[in-house]
Design a protein around this ligand. Structure first.
Ligand SMILES: CC(C)(COP(=O)(O)OP(=O)(O)OC[C@H]1O[C@@H](n2cnc3c(N)ncnc32)[C@H](O)[C@@H]1OP(=O)(O)O)[C@@H](O)C(=O)NCCC(=O)NCCS
Length: 199
């Protein structure tokens, strides 16, 4: 990703995180510019014929910050990444977005391969992230007694398909549990699946 890609990346956010996801949580141009100035090596786009069809943002966080398994806000210190640690042990996944017309063609997998390669090349301890559970809300309408944690476990077991967690699990990420109140995300009951990969 370069500064010339910022508008394309911001545009993709609107397509990939439509309502009811809050527009206030989309990246603004100044957020992306800050990520590029902090850690340009780990901000990536995927293109076809010069058009951006995917974006992937990453940060580095300290070991203590990873082990705290906190919310998105506590971990990163907001969209300007106030808690970015240039010597941190963990490559933290901030965002992965594939254009709706380009999905299920391996773009997400290619971004994940790049994440894992980065962890190895930079001799980091791990890749980690919090993953949305956006099909929980629909699932809960017919399964009102099932908690979001139990839902995530069923997705991990392959009993239930979630449009975000299911593809991510095919990238061999380890499921560590659910973080409640991870971010404002009504479809995921504000929760996220905590995922880790070790080299
Ligand atoms: C999640 C996302 C990044 C996946 O990207 P993608 O390029 O479509 O994924 P891939 O093509 O690498 O798919 C990986 C595997 O998951 C499967 N898969 C993809 N989408 C799926 C879905 N909606 N339901 C079930 N399986 C799915 C693919 O078929 C593929 O399976 P295979 O390895 O057996 O062939 C994409 O759907 C997206 O941008 N979603 C909106 C933004 C978002 O929620 N980002 C994550 C925030 S935590």
């Amino acid at each position: 990703m370069t500064g010339a890609d910022i508008d394309g990346v911001v545009g993709l956010q609107k397509l990939a995180f439509p309502p009811p996801f809050s527009e206030d949580l989309h990246w603004d141009p100044e957020h992306i510019a800050a990520h590029l100035s902090l850690f340009s090596e780990a901000q990536w786009v995927a293109t076809i014929d010069g058009h951006i069809i995917g974006s992937c943002s990453n940060a580095r966080i300290s070991e203590a910050s990873w082990q705290a398994h906190g919310s998105w806000g506590a971990t990163m210190g907001g969209p300007m990444l106030r808690n970015f640690d240039p010597t941190g042990s963990t490559l933290y996944g901030l965002d992965i977005t594939v254009h709706p017309d380009a999905r299920k063609q391996g773009v997400g997998r290619a971004f994940y391969q790049a994440r894992y390669q980065f962890v190895q090349d930079w001799k980091l301890t791990r890749y980690g992230t919090g993953c949305r559970l956006p099909d929980f809300r629909q699932f809960a309408t017919s399964n009102p007694r099932v908690s979001v944690e139990e839902y995530a476990k069923r997705v991990v077991e392959g009993e239930v398909v979630d449009r975000t967690l299911t593809p991510l699990l095919t990238y061999k990420l380890k499921f560590l549990g659910v973080i409640e109140n991870y971010m404002e995300d009504i479809e995921s009951a504000n929760a996220a699946a905590l995922l880790e990969w070790n080299p």
